[in-house]
Design a protein around this ligand. Sequence first.
Ligand code: FCB
Length: 487
Amino acid sequence: MTPPRTGPTPAATAAPAFPADFLWGAATAAYQIEGAVDVDGRTPSIWDTFSRTPGRTAGGDTGDRATEHYHRYRQDVRLMSELGLGAYRFSVSWPRVQPTGRGPAVERGLDFYRRLVDELLEHGIEPAVTLYHWDLPQDLEDIGGWPNRNTAERFADYATLVAEALGDRVGIWTTLNEPWCSAFLGYGSGVHAPGRADWTAALRAAHHLNLGHGRAVEALRAALPRQARIAVSLNLHEVRPLTGSAADREAARRIDAVGNRVFTGPMLDGEYPADLLLDTARLVDWGELIHEGDLATIARPIDVLGVNYYNPTVASALPEGPAPGAATASDAGHGDGAQSPFAGCADVLFHRAPGPRTEMGWPIDPTGLTDLLLRLHREHPGLPLMVTENGAAFDDRVTPEGAVHDPQRIDYLRGHLDAVRGAIAAGVDVRGYFLWSLMDNFEWAYGYGKRFGLYYVDYDTQARTAKDSARWYAEVIRRNALPDPGA
Ligand code: FCB
C-alpha cells in the first residue's frame, strides 16, 4: 500500500440496496463467549492465564463463564435465526481442539464445533470459521509463543486438524483475526495476552503470524474442497495526518507501515515494505528473521480479504515540548497502556478527532471505512473484500419493561453500512458484512463492562434480550437495504 490519502470520499447514495448475494452476518470469538474453559479436555490459553493475573483485566474479569455459549449454543443459533443472518463468523478455540498445541486432536473439542456447524446449517446459516482469535495454547507460549518460529508450524498443523473435521460443511475460512493485536498488543504494549512488553518480540511475532497465515493457507488448500473460500481478517488502520505538514505526513506513513503494510505487504504483495524494514531496523534483524521461501509462503493467494474497522486514527509528529490537546498514544489502538502500540513509534502522537465517540472512547467516523475500502480496491484490484467486524459499545441498560433502547448503535450501524454501500456504488467488491457482535461478551482487557452486542446479556442469569438494534438489523437484512431513518 502507498501512504494514506485524505481526500474527499464519494457520496454514499447511489445504490438503493445491497447486491442481491450480499452476505449479512454477525461475529463472535471463542474466548469471548464460550466459557466452559476446563471441560472436555480444554487446557488454558494465554487469555486464561492473562485474565487470571491480577491487574490485567478490568475488575479481574475472566472468560471462565463468559456467555456460556458452549452450553447455550442452540439458543444462540435461534437468536441468529430470528435476525435472519445469512452467515455467522465464530472462532475455534485452539486449546479446546489441540490442548498442548501439538499432536492429535481432542475429538470432544471438535465435536462441539461439529454440533454448532450442524445447528447453523439446519437454520440455513452459513458458518464462517476463524482459526485463531487470540487464544494461543499456554503450552506454546511457554516455549516462546509467536516470537518463536515454530509456532507458525504448529498453527499449520492445527489448521489441518480443524479443516479435516469441518471442511465438508464449512465454506468460509479465516486464518488469523487481527494479527496486529496479537503481535503489538500481546508482545509490544503488553495490554493483551500474553502481556509481554518487548518490541523486538512483537516484530518477531508479526513475522511468524504472517508465516503462520501462509502455512495455514497451504494446509487449508490441501485439506479443503476446491470451492472453499480462504481469508484473513486484518484490523487495518485508516490513519490520517493531523495537518498537511511534512512531519505529520511522515508520522502517518510510519503508522501505516507498522499498522497495515507489515501484514498487507507480505500477504498481498509478497514483500515487506522497504520503509518498514528501515524504520524498525534497530529493533529486529529482518535478514535473520525472514528465511528463504518465507515470502512466497506468506503470499499464497487468498480468496477474500477480511476488513475489521471501528474508527480512524489521527497521527502527528511529536512536537517540541508538551502538545496541547493531544491524547495519549494508546487512543489509537485497543489497549489502554501508556505506551504507543506501534513498534518504534514512541515519537508519534495520536489525537482525539472531534465529534461523537462510543463507550470505548473511539471516534465515530464512517468516512474512515469508505476511505479504507476504496484504498484497498485501488491498491489490490480484483481482491474481493468482506467487512468481518464493525460495531460499537454503548452504555446499554434494560428498562423496567425489558427493552434495551440503543439509538446510538443504530446510528453507528446505519452510518457504517451506508459507507459500505457507498464503496460498493463506487465499484468496490464488498461481499458481506459481519456485525460485531451477536451478543455482549468478554471484551478482552476491558472485561464485561463494554457491551457490543445486538443482544444484551445479563451475566448473572445469562438471559439474552434483543436490543432495538437487533430488530433494526433484522429489518436491514430482510430488505437487503437500509430502512429510512425513523422507520
Ligand atoms: C476487535 C476484536 C474483537 C472485539 C472488537 C471490539 O479488535 O477482534 O474480538 O474485541 O475488537
